[in-house]
Design a protein around this ligand. Structure first.
Ligand SMILES: C[S@@+](CC[C@H](N)C(=O)[O-])C[C@H]1O[C@@H](n2cnc3c(N)ncnc32)[C@H](O)[C@@H]1O
Length: 282
């Protein structure tokens, strides 16, 4: 079977450089503006295509090592191309953050942007890893997204997906069971509340400071959202469907998102929190 362009894109999580301008890229400077002094080692967790590492290397000539841990081989390959000019100052590791292996480094700064929800419900493992890899005086800069969620545990992208599945003839109240059957957890369920995170993070770190911003997504047309979804979520939701329905599913995601924007002036808006975490004392 020939794949549509969007299906092929979703398989490799391609087009993220462009797509991430709509939402995730805004975390980069927000986080890096909190890096103080002259760090020698920075580790980015879920480093994607290496955009944060590149920005950090540009800002901080003091960095002798900028390391990325990432699960997707396609993303590691794209990051490798992007970071080639920085030679031996960069190390990219293929890793699953739900059970990361130790590295022989201590970092002055660890960053993790727009990733934690993917590690639910075993986030404590990566938090323990970070605690063990922070140099004395180091900090962990983490961003977390907080879509409103309903009684089904659906929020953010889940709502758009439910609408798109509706366009394919699947009743809204059948969607939770369809996803559960395929072991696809709604993102709204994966995302812990600020209160839950406050308690969880406090087990591992001192919470020095937090900031909040609103992430508002708007698109120029339905196709742009279709590609944003494929680049960000890949096949995560599409895997609930027979392969023959997936191309239409991605198109429907674009249409539903754009219709929402016409009604509300934006596709989505949700709070994002930046946490500055340091070694736990006491
Ligand atoms: C939304 S992207 C964020 C990428 C980048 N940090 C940014 O802010 O643009 C989430 C990233 O986390 C990676 N990821 C998700 N689950 C992972 C896991 N279990 N282990 C390692 N990386 C993972 C994905 O492959 C993807 O690159």
């Amino acid at each position: 079977m020939t794949l549509s362009d969007t299906e092929a894109q979703a398989r490799t999580l391609g087009g993220y450089d462009d797509a991430s301008r709509l939402r995730q890229a805004h975390d980069r400077d927000w986080v890096l503006d909190r890096v103080t002094g002259e760090p020698g080692v920075l580790i980015d967790l879920g480093s994607g295509i290496g955009q944060l590492l590149e920005a950090a290397l540009r800002r901080h000539p003091s960095l002798r090592l900028a390391a990325g841990l990432e699960r997707s081989e396609h993303r590691i390959a794209e990051a490798g191309e992007r970071l080639r000019p920085y030679g031996g100052r960069v190390a990219l590791h293929r890793a699953d953050l739900t059970g990361p292996a130790p590295l022989p480094h201590r970092a002055d700064v660890v960053t993790m942007t727009s990733v934690l929800h993917w590690l639910y419900p075993v986030e404590h493992r990566v938090l323990a890893w970070v605690r063990d890899h922070l140099a004395p005086g180091g900090s962990f800069l983490l961003t977390t997204y907080h879509p409103a969620r309903d009684h089904e545990g659906f929020g953010g992208e889940d709502d758009i997906v439910r609408g798109a599945l509706g366009e394919l003839g699947i009743a809204p109240d059948a969607v939770p069971a369809l996803l559960a059957d395929r072991e696809i957890l709604p993102i709204g369920t994966r995302t812990r509340t600020v209160e839950q995170l406050d308690a969880l993070l406090g087990e591992f770190f001192t919470i020095e400071e937090t900031w909040e911003r609103e992430a508002v997504v708007t698109v120029r047309d339905a196709a742009q959202y279709e590609h944003f979804h494929a680049a960000t979520f890949g096949d995560y939701y599409a895997a609930a469907l027979e392969p023959g329905l997936r191309a239409e599913f991605f198109r429907a995601v674009g249409r539903v998102a754009f219709a929402r924007q016409r009604r509300q002036g934006r596709v989505s808006a949700m709070p994002v929190r930046l946490w500055k975490l340091t070694e736990r004392t006491g």
